[in-house]
Design a binder for this molecule. Sequence first.
Ligand code: SAM
Length: 255
Amino acid sequence: MKVFIIGAGPGDPRLLTLRAAELISSCPVVLYTGSLVPRDAIAMARADARVIDSSGMTLDEIIAVIVEARDADQDVARVHTGDPLIFGSTAEQMRRMDQLGIGYEVVPGVSSFSAAAAVLRRELTLPELSQTVILTRAEGRTPMPDGEKLRDLARHHATMVLFLSITLLREVCEALIPEYGADCPVAVVHKAACPDQNIVRGTLGDILVRVREAGIKSQSIIIVGRTLTANDFADSRLYAPDFSHRFRKAKIKAG
Ligand SMILES: C[S@@+](CC[C@H](N)C(=O)[O-])C[C@H]1O[C@@H](n2cnc3c(N)ncnc32)[C@H](O)[C@@H]1O
């Protein structure tokens, strides 16, 4: 018996990995985070599978379902949204399973931040502009560790992706404007890769008004940084004609 901690991707079932689809459609127990996991993904469960929505359950109750499956020698597909290891609350489940001696495997998924960048058609790392992506959140009920307040992270001027922060957009903008500037581009992607996806673009100075006008209040990725609009970035060295690497010899001499 094994528990498979599976990333179900951002919403479009076609973005499930082959491994995720195989496991969801074969495990006798499917325990999924009902608030976010796409229904179509769960619809592929076996007709006789026990399919349970964990959105109203406590950690103890989730573990109780897993222990019951262990006692019945049944594999469990534990299905999370996006990638299970990014803001997934999966570490605490893995810790309990370690304590109980229950075996598990993690199946990565397409995170909502990758899906958001894809629908925006923007590369988040551009030569000489930003070679770093910060994945973070605004401080809400979960306190931020020392050195990770948005004002601290903003000093890097890197492309910043915020999960779980749309209701704190005002605070996000106030914290970032001193470093990024009020004219810094921002994109909010609500329900990336879902049929009701909505994209709002603006700057740190005006995004709050635009998002309010759009009526977006939940399930959004916020991306901040000049990589969102820049077009004057340098070409990468990878495809430069005077650049050699393991798979290609330079076609011209470096000048
Ligand atoms: C509990 S976290 C889970 C993140 C997930 N593990 C991932 O990798 O995308 C939930 C947050 O992820 C973001 N999110 C999840 N699915 C999304 C989607 N389809 N579009 C936009 N944001 C999404 C939102 O910021 C939401 O508040």
